[in-house]
Design a protein around this ligand. Structure first.
Ligand code: G6P
Length: 613
């Protein structure tokens, strides 16, 4: 959601803070701000300087005064939750005297109550945010002197909610205090300088040595090192680890946008998801992280998959794979709905949480609810060590590499591949024959090359996208395996191009949406060459008879009578076809968004990791 950066060392903090914020901007981008401690001179004591603006990091850079210098600083890029995007609501927030500055990710649930108490004691609130409460609360605990970290600990004890924070104090200029509870904080270790951020992507340019704080932990960060401790002041030892993702993973690498780069990274991402997991001898998948043996897996009667947005749609494809290959009833549901309906948790159901970031609050809350009721949850997660990954009993890491663009593409595809592995593994424990296992193993191995082939058609899809982007809206239809593809395709188009898009099962057309069909509302139709081909062709006939335009995504050319355009997709095994049928829809959405001059990587009103309810 929002992004945090912090620096302390001999250099000027601002260039790192701005560069780091730019890297984190994908997480939230409606306002940005920085604070530094200007060092004391003979006549003037050290002083906090704050600059914050509504808008992008580039607007902040433009607004930054030339003399904004200091060797300790914190920064933030925001996605509004409490209060509209505005200069005043942008972080950092300060206390009355402008001595303590705080940047914060997460939500303080008892902010109203704390605000009333602090205001009664004289705190002057200048924003509508929950974060400002923290600045005043820490200042109140610093009033009696003592150490900044003790004041932060004392303040956090009064707080209910989630946070990742970084705190500066103009009277203790040799340190930054950070804390984590539900929102990630990573320390970066440099040469006589230290960094901190909410995400390693802000750090990799400066250091590969990082320390991930755990929930409930704080750290004092000084130029020459750090100390981690708990909210009860107990020191904890944290060993640094080395970031293994390539620095290049965080750049656009010559592509116009992260989204396009990530679409093109899919063959490699799929290879990594599959790597070391195909067992050709037994025609199955080897999944070391499940923490469930064959006997335990046999006891599972149902699979319930939970995720939000594209993760939920990937879960729908996953549910179909599990039903088809393992013949175990499986269903995907938005985690955001599940957690609010007092779900029935059954001992013989396997719950699977899907999340690229591993941070999505609704998905995390769903996992916690299942665990609280004694259920068993696996995670299908991209970000190693993320909150959801840690909360689950086991799972499958995607290894898709960092995904920066808000709209999910490579993580989506890798998630479906991970489900195919899970379904294969499950299937081979149940009744999937060795021959069918071999068929799926071979098809999985062929996927990276088939995705490459598909991406080779980008220029033609680009032309189609420019044409279809001019429509007032688009319908996406698919049947059974094609329906989740239609849903994800519509989601991708609407979120990045803002063209209204609706997905329907092809079978439901005549029960309502056919009324919308006209030359102004074209239909993207998923027409795989499977046992439902004839039914799908009939649906195309129904649309054409109402003067609707059709763009078919198919395994062989569709006659002009039934489709105005056709994109031909390489054929896999029927169970895996949805994954390949989705690739042209990513390119269609991307090029439609470019044709309409949209902010492809940062669509309006959205954020990458939604860490709020
Ligand atoms: C947000 C993003 C979506 C993403 C969803 C789930 O809504 O805009 O692109 O699919 O969160 O994210 P996760 O990190 O849990 O997969």
């Amino acid at each position: 959601m929002c992004g945090i950066v912090a620096y302390i060392g001999p250099k000027d903090a601002s260039p790192f803070l701005l560069e780091g914020l730019q890297r984190l901007e994908y997480r939230g981008y409606d306002s940005a701000g920085v604070a530094v401690i200007a060092p004391a001179t003979k006549s003037v004591p050290a002083k906090l300087k704050v600059c914050k603006v509504k808008g992008r990091v580039a607007d902040l850079a433009a607004a930054l005064p030339a003399r904004f210098k200091g060797g300790a600083g914190i920064g933030h890029t925001r996605w509004a939750t409490h209060g509209v995007p505005s200069d005043a609501n942008a972080h950092p927030h300060t206390d009355n005297e402008g001595r303590i500055a705080v940047v914060h990710n997460g939500i303080i649930e008892n902010a109203d109550e704390l605000r009333a108490k602090l205001a009664a004691d004289g705190a002057l609130f200048r924003s509508e945010t929950d974060t400002e409460v923290l600045a005043h609360l820490i200042a109140a605990h610093r009033a009696d002197g003592g150490e900044l970290e003790d004041a932060v600990r004392a303040a956090l004890k009064l707080v209910v909610g989630t946070y990742g924070i970084a705190v500066l104090d103009a009277e203790q200029t040799d340190r930054i205090v950070v804390a984590r509870n539900g929102s990630p904080i990573v320390l970066g270790i440099g040469e006589k300088e230290m960094f901190a951020a909410s995400d390693v992507s802000a750090l990799v340019r400066y250091t590969r040595q990082v320390v991930h704080l755990e929930d409930g932990e704080l750290a004092t960060v000084r130029a020459d090192g750090f100390r981690t401790f708990t909210e009860d002041a107990r020191t904890v030892t944290r060993q640094p680890s080395t970031v293994d993702w390539e620095i290049g993973s965080y750049d656009t690498g010559g592509y116009a946008h992260y989204l396009l780069k990530e679409i093109h990274e899919q063959p490699g991402a799929v290879e990594r998801t599959l790597s070391g997991r195909l067992d050709e001898r037994f025609s199955t998948a080897h999944l070391g992280g499940l923490n469930l043996d064959a006997r335990e897996l046999r006891e599972i009667r149902r699979v319930k998959i939970l995720g939000c947005g594209s993760a939920y749609y990937a879960g729908e494809m996953g549910a179909q794979l599990i039903e088809e290959l393992a013949r175990i009833p499986a269903h995907s549901e938005p985690a955001s709905e599940f957690r609010y309906r007092n779900p029935v948790i059954e001992a013989d159901t396997l719950y699977v949480a899907v999340s690229q970031s591993g941070e999505t609050y609704d998905t995390l809350a769903a996992v916690q609810e299942i665990k609280r009721k004694g259920g068993r949850v696996l995670g299908v997660v991209n970000t190693v060590g993320s909150a959801i990954a840690r909360e689950c009993d086991g799972g499958i890491y995607l290894h898709a590499g960092p995904e920066i663009s808000v709209a999910s593409t490579k993580a989506f595809t890798s998630t479906v591949v991970a489900f195919a592995l899970l379904a294969l593994h499950f299937g081979r424990i149940h009744d999937l024959s060795p021959a069918d296992g071999r068929r799926i193993v071979a098809a999985l191995k062929a996927l990276p090359e088939q995705i490459r082939d598909m991406l080779g058609q980008e220029r033609e899809i680009e032309k189609l996208a420019a044409e279809y982007a001019q429509s007032q809206g688009m319908m996406f239809i698919g049947r059974v395996r094609g329906y989740p593809v239609a849903r994800e395709g519509a989601q991708k188009l609407k979120e990045i191009s803002y063209v209204h898009a609706e997905a329907y099962p092809a079978s439901e057309l005549k029960h309502g949406p056919l009324a919308l069909i006209s030359p102004e509302l074209p239909t993207v139709a998923l027409v795989p060459d499977d046992e439902l081909l004839d039914k799908n062709l009939t649906a195309l006939g129904e649309i054409k008879a109402r003067s609707g335009r059709v763009l078919a995504i198919a395994h062989r050319p569709i006659e002009a009578r039934l489709a105005d355009h056709c994109v031909v997709v390489p054929k896999s095994e029927p169970e895996l076809d949805p994954l390949l049928l989705n690739i042209p829809l990513q390119l269609l959405a991307y090029h439609a968004a470019v044709a309409l001059d949209r902010d492809v990587d940062k669509p309006r009103n959205l954020a990458k990791s939604v860490t709020v309810e």
